[in-house]
Design a protein around this ligand. Structure first.
Ligand SMILES: [Cu+2]
Length: 139
């Protein structure tokens, strides 16, 4: 193998490894998928009950302010979008769980395998902010 060939080979190996790590990070494991992220005002934790597979999913959401204090929002919604293919499912409202900052949405539809983006929107005090959580969905 030439020197240039070796370099290309090394780059391909790195790219494949990076892809594998990304898929793993996207939550393609067998257990519940848990992701955290945030908006300007909120820290969000999103937890799927189990592995993200095609079908209806139940999602638990924790909403806190940037200091970590739970936030009781006016409305929290979950909207699955598949940007690669330009389609989305209707946003599902998350019900308050009776504990400050805890919400749960059932019936979010993941209609096919692939990479989805779950948009979590928090509406509170007249403002609306959203964060996007990428997930890998298996058939
Ligand atoms: Cu699709």
């Amino acid at each position: 193998m030439t020197r240039a060939g070796k370099t290309v080979f090394a780059l391909v190996v790195v790219a494949v490894l990076a892809g594998a790590v990304l898929l793993w990070r996207l939550g393609s494991g067998d257990g519940p998928v848990e992701l955290s992220g945030g908006t300007d005002s909120y820290a969000l934790r999103v937890r799927f009950d189990g592995p993200t597979t095609v079908g209806e999913s139940a999602v638990s959401i924790e909403v806190a302010d940037t200091a970590g204090t739970p936030v009781s929002a006016d409305e929290v919604t979950v909207e699955p979008v598949m940007p690669e293919m330009g389609h989305a499912e209707p946003a599902v409202p998350a019900a308050a769980e009776g504990v400050p900052g805890r919400y749960r949405a059932t019936g979010a539809r993941l209609t096919m395998a692939g990479t989805w983006e779950i948009t979590v929107t928090v509406r509170s005090g007249g403002k609306q902010e959203a964060a996007v959580f990428p997930i890998a969905v298996r058939s």
